[in-house]
Write a protein that binds this ligand. Structure first.
Ligand code: CU
Length: 271
C-alpha cells in the first residue's frame, strides 16, 4: 500500500510540473539532487502519514482504545534523533559536492562582468574587450505602458526579450563576475542552474558551461525598484566559431562608433 502511494506521488512529481533540468552539466546535477531529495521527502511523508492515520484508525475511542500511560522513553528519543541525523547526512553528502562544484570558478576560458543598473544590465567581456547594455526590448517596453492599446499576450516573449542579447560560446567554461551600480539586483537564468546577487561594492562569482546552442531566458530576481519586472536576461549560446565571428563584428562596430565619435568631437564647438 505504502509502496503504491509512494509510486503514484513520485510519478505525479516526475511527469507533472517540475523544475527544469537546464542546459549545463551543473544545472543537471542540481536537478538530480532535487529529484533525489524530493524522493526522500516523499517517502518520509508517506510513511509518517501512513503511521499517523493507521494509529488513528486502529486505536480509536469507539474501539475502546486506552491511552498508554508512559511519559518518557529514552529508546524512542534516541531513535527519533539518530534516524533524522542519518537522513540529513545522506542528503548533505551529494548536496555539498554540488555546492563545492558551484563555487569553484577556476579554469574559466572566458570572463564576463555583469553589472546591474536600475533597470537594465551592463555586460563586459573582459578578454574580448566588448561592452554593451542590455535592456528590455522595444516591443515589450511599448506593450507594458498603460493605455498602449497593445495586448501583451500578442507580444512574443513579452518581458523576456532584450535589445542586446548576451552571446556566449557553447562548450566553454565561462566565469561571470556580478556586481551592481545602484541597488541589489539578482541575475537569474533558470537553465543555467543558479542565480547570483549583484551587490553594489561587491563582486560575486559564478560559472557555466553550456552544451546546447540555444536561447535561454531569465530575469532580475531581486526586488530592485519600480521597474524590477522589466529587466530580463537573455543568453544566446552559439558554437565557438560563430561566437568569434560575433566578437569580430562587435569590435568592428565599436571601432566605427569611436571613429564617428571622434569626428563629431573634432567638429566646431557649439557657440
Ligand atoms: Cu533588478
Amino acid at each position: 500500500m505504502v509502496a503504491v502511494i509512494a509510486a503514484v506521488t513520485w510519478a505525479l512529481f516526475a511527469v507533472g510540473d517540475n523544475m527544469t533540468p537546464g542546459v549545463t552539466p551543473f544545472s543537471q546535477d542540481v536537478y538530480q539532487l532535487h529529484m533525489v531529495i524530493l524522493g526522500i521527502v516523499t517517502v518520509i511523508g508517506v510513511l509518517v502519514f501512513a503511521a499517523m492515520f493507521t494509529s488513528i484508525y486502529l486505536h480509536r475511542k469507539s474501539k475502546g482504545a486506552e491511552a498508554a500511560q508512559f511519559t518518557h522513553s529514552t529508546k524512542a528519543e534516541i531513535t527519533w534523533t539518530v534516524i533524522p541525523i542519518l537522513i540529513l547526512v545522506v542528503m548533505a553528502i551529494p548536496a555539498t559536492r554540488v555546492l563545492i562544484d558551484m563555487e569553484d570558478t577556476s579554469g574559466a576560458e572566458l570572463n564576463i562582468k555583469v553589472t546591474g543598473y536600475q533597470w537594465l544590465w551592463g555586460y563586459e567581456y573582459i578578454e574580448d574587450e566588448i561592452q554593451f547594455y542590455s535592456a528590455l526590448d522595444r516591443d515589450s517596453a511599448l506593450a507594458r505602458q498603460i493605455g498602449s492599446g497593445i495586448d501583451p499576450a500578442e507580444v512574443e516573449n513579452y518581458l523576456l526579450e532584450v535589445d542586446n542579447r548576451v552571446i556566449v560560446p557553447t562548450d566553454t567554461r565561462i566565469r561571470f563576475l556580478l556586481t551592481s551600480d545602484d541597488v541589489i539586483h539578482s541575475w537569474w537564468v533558470p537553465d543555467l542552474g543558479w542565480k547570483r546577487d549583484a551587490i553594489p561594492g561587491m563582486v560575486n562569482e559564478a560559472w557555466t558551461l553550456i552544451e546546447e546552442p540555444g536561447v535561454y531566458r531569465g530575469q532580475c530576481t531581486e526586488l530592485c525598484g519600480k521597474d524590477h519586472g522589466f529587466m530580463p536576461v537573455v543568453i544566446e549560446a552559439v558554437p565557438p566559431e560563430e561566437y568569434r565571428a560575433w566578437v569580430d563584428s562587435q569590435k568592428a562596430g565599436m571601432a566605427a562608433s569611436t571613429t564617428s565619435g571622434a569626428v563629431a568631437d573634432s567638429g566646431p564647438a557649439s557657440p
